[in-house]
Design a protein around this ligand. Structure first.
Ligand SMILES: *Cc1c(COP(=O)(O)O)cnc(C)c1O
Length: 466
């Protein structure tokens, strides 16, 4: 399998190289040159498989040629075998023909574990094979950082540096990152906000000369293709659990960077019958504005009760635009350049196409809390605020009640106690047993000023070289 850049200029790469890069050299994102397609019969033959075996079948075409079958099968089994629920991604019914798929049974209690646990194993394999060391660098508003550190903690050939905004992540989120102690793990709390952290990461990737040629940077945010790949699997899992592929089902996906829902779009293009795909946003609604009004513009960041979706720009949307523009790299570059310089819109025919693919809805904090309460009162299922946004959007946008509707439950409510408390349900979410001592574990992190040079120096000084 070869991967090409959305901007059409960078060279095509194989899976291993795509895994170890961030953006393409032309500023684009990597996507598969040709998407694998499965027949209905093939998909139907996977009914009843354990999650890991299904995951192997769905993902293997993406890594074929780079990783031997047995090796990849072992990685996938180990990854999903470590989840705390036998079903890995259990479906819980919350109304007639309506479900949530719990994607929070991994080690850090958010869906990001599905991809980042596997990513750690992929890094280990490829880096050992190449006898190479790298630096993993990422910024987090909370969930990515802990999942990335947990996924990479056993990797021998890398150092990981995660920047989070000082005092702006929840206690559980911070503890999950800073209590994983290891020589190669570095948590940096930046005296700034998430955008400052992300800005520093971008600047470091753009000019890696500070590493003095001793190593190179690898990305763990969702611009990394391997993350998207791992997220395609659970769409197949949900469908097969609810009568697919003979019937089609709908999904509602709480969205920030457009990574998780893009995986659903790919599942559909790979042959899975999906009816509606609903983009559910909070007040940071760039995607909803685009899909509902063809308005593509950056607005001020709003801090909400669903902080993992507090973004101004959704980086993975570029991957969809690439398809909408007929996979024409120069046409896409023109759109992205126009977007860079101010509010814009996309070509009317392509916008109409986008509206056929997706529905969208934006949910404010008040509706988020009301939905947590509504679902708790009806079912005793306690939703986290991101999932509640998904459920609200599902209920607002649903067109056909005879089609099963599945909302992706992206995090465990214990990670976001503030929203649960504000919803007035009168219960507080508890840490699952395997984590009940989280608050007693020792923390280790370094507070640094909002200054990129200081961070670069810190990285260089704390990187292990050969
Ligand atoms: C990251 C995250 C999201 C958003 O996912 P994207 O892939 O960025 O759209 C939603 N909910 C939770 C809990 C998250 O951690």
């Amino acid at each position: 399998m070869k991967y090409i850049s959305t901007r059409g200029k960078a060279e095509a790469l194989g899976f291993e190289d795509v895994l170890l890069t961030g953006l393409a050299t032309d500023g684009g994102l990597y996507v598969p040159e040709v998407l694998p397609r499965f027949t209905k019969e093939e998909i139907a033959s996977w009914r009843g498989l354990p999650y890991a075996e299904l995951a192997f079948n769905v993902m293997y075409p993406f890594v074929e040629g780079a990783i031997p079958e047995d090796t990849f099968r072992k990685m996938v089994r180990e990854t999903y075998g470590a989840f705390a629920h036998q079903a890995v991604a259990p479906l819980v019914q919350i109304d007639s023909n309506e479900w949530v798929m719990e994607l929070f049974h991994g080690p850090t209690l958010a869906f990001k574990d599905f991809a980042l646990q596997l990513l750690g194993k992929l890094f280990d394999y490829v880096l050992q094979k190449r006898n190479k060391r790298v630096v993993v660098l990422g910024a987090t508003s909370g969930d990515t950082g802990s999942a990335a550190i947990e996924g990479c903690k056993h990797c021998k050939n890398l150092d990981i540096f995660i920047l989070h905004p000082f005092q702006r992540v929840s206690d559980v989120q911070r503890k999950q990152m800073t209590t994983i102690v290891g020589e190669n793990i570095h948590n940096i709390a930046i005296e700034g906000n998430f955008d400052d952290c992300q800005g520093m990461v971008k600047a470091s990737f753009n000019d890696q000369s500070f590493l003095q040629g001793k190593t190179s940077l690898v990305a763990v945010n969702s611009i990394n293709w391997a993350r998207i790949m791992a997220q395609i699997v659970y769409y197949f899992h949900a469908s097969l659990s609810l009568g697919g592929p003979d019937r089609s089902i709908s999904f509602s996906v709480p969205t920030g960077n457009f990574g998780d829902i893009f995986a659903g779009y790919l599942a559909r293009n790979m042959g899975l019958p999906i009816n509606q795909l609903i983009v559910a946003t909070n007040k940071n609604d760039i995607l909803h504005r685009l899909i509902s009004k063809n308005q593509y513009s950056v607005e001020k960041l709003e801090h909400t009760l669903s902080p993992s979706m507090d973004i101004m720009v959704s980086s993975n949307f570029e991957r969809l635009l690439f398809d909408l523009y007929g996979r024409n790299g120069s046409a896409l570059s023109a759109v992205m350049n126009s977007f860079q310089s101010g509010p814009t819109s996309i070509d009317a025919a392509r916008w109409t196409e986008a509206r056929k693919l997706f529905d969208s809805y934006a949910v404010n904090d008040k509706e988020t809390c009301l939905t947590i309460a509504e679902v708790y009162e009806a079912t005793e299922e306690l939703l986290d605020p991101h999932t509640a946004i998904g459920v609200r959007a599902a209920r607002e946008c649903r067109r056909d009640k005879s089609i099963p509707m599945v909302t992706l439950a992206t995090a465990h409510p214990v990670k976001f106690p503030e929203a649960v408390e504000k919803s007035g349900v009168g219960v507080s979410p508890q840490l699952p047993p395997h984590m009940s001592d989280l608050f007693e574990r020792e923390e280790r992190y370094t507070v640094m000023p909002n200054a990129v040079e200081a961070v670069k120096t810190f990285i260089l000084e704390n990187t292990q070289h050969d």
